[in-house]
Design a binder for this molecule. Structure first.
Ligand SMILES: [Zn+2]
Length: 99
């Protein structure tokens, strides 16, 4: 949708872009939603410290509501499956379900 400037579901051409996308809040303007948080060095009292990585851009079709998120900062992510952050990398030969 971002590249074609057209909705892939209904062919609509009126698309709203919200960038950066923010978590809506009633009174404040909302907080920018990062792509994820990386755990960095230990901070105060040995608690892990989290650094926000990237941002999200929302594309929404005015006619049908179909929406897509586009992210910046993905190359800064660090894999951490215990926190739900995993990389599916099929660029490695022999990897993936089709052999
Ligand atoms: Zn649409």
């Amino acid at each position: 949708m971002k590249r074609t400037q057209q909705c892939p579901k209904c062919s609509g051409r009126r698309l709203w872009v919200v960038s950066p996308w923010r978590v809506p809040a009633e009174y404040a303007g909302g907080e920018t939603a990062p792509l994820a948080f990386n755990v960095s060095a230990e901070g105060f009292l040995g608690m892990p410290k989290y650094n926000a990585v990237g941002a999200l851009e929302l594309w929404t079709c005015e006619a049908c509501g179909y929406s897509e998120f586009w992210a910046t900062g993905a190359r800064e992510l660090r894999e951490d499956p215990s926190r739900g952050i995993s990389l599916v990398d099929s660029t490695v030969k022999g990897a993936g379900p089709f052999r």
